[in-house]
Design a protein around this ligand. Sequence first.
Ligand SMILES: Cc1cn([C@H]2C[C@H](O)[C@@H](COP(=O)(O)OP(=O)(O)OP(=O)(O)O)O2)c(=O)[nH]c1=O
Length: 200
Amino acid sequence: MILASGSPRRRELLSNLGVKFEVLVSGEDEDSPETNPQKLAGDLALLKARSVAKLHPDAVVIAADTVVACAGELLAKPADALENAAFIRTLAGKTHQVFTGVTVLSPSGTFSGVERTDVEFRPLTEQEIQFYARSGEGLDKAGGYGIQGVGMGLVARVNGDYSNIVGFPLALVMRLLRRAGVPVWDDLTGATDLQGATRA
Ligand SMILES: Cc1cn([C@H]2C[C@H](O)[C@@H](COP(=O)(O)OP(=O)(O)OP(=O)(O)O)O2)c(=O)[nH]c1=O
């Protein structure tokens, strides 16, 4: 199995499912004219998975893409701290949507889905916006923030799957992997069972 992603968050979250995998980053250009955020997240996940599957047609390949949308505007990764501050200013005091598309390509077929989570930012002062943008934490992240880090302090409320915001919606990922025939949370070999006996 191959994770087609350079994201350390995705690597960590996929490890939690107890599946063995290798990491191979797709060299695919992520540009797309698509403006619907849900469709865009799905399209880019498929693109990333396909570019790795081309080279490894017998593998199961999983890829994901996260898109942040606020009132019709798509917020990708900020180019610098100045743009990061502008993104956080846009998000302050409002609810935005985080979409993550996931694609699993296996020799038996293509399995995909898109998860949506709504995130409400609290109203922020200009000083808070500047402080966060200067931290640099948001530069490699869609929307310019990381909810799993300092960015947690920007957030008032979350509605939906938290892991989706971090870029890898685990419930959806588990569903798609199982549909593709990949066992998840399944291998108990060598584990001690709940009565204290060790399994063969
Ligand atoms: C909103 C938000 C995004 N993110 C991350 C998740 C994704 O890794 C990233 C969005 O960029 P993506 O293009 O989805 O992924 P990536 O470039 O990090 O990795 P790859 O294309 O190789 O798979 O933003 C967080 O970690 N925390 C957050 O709170």
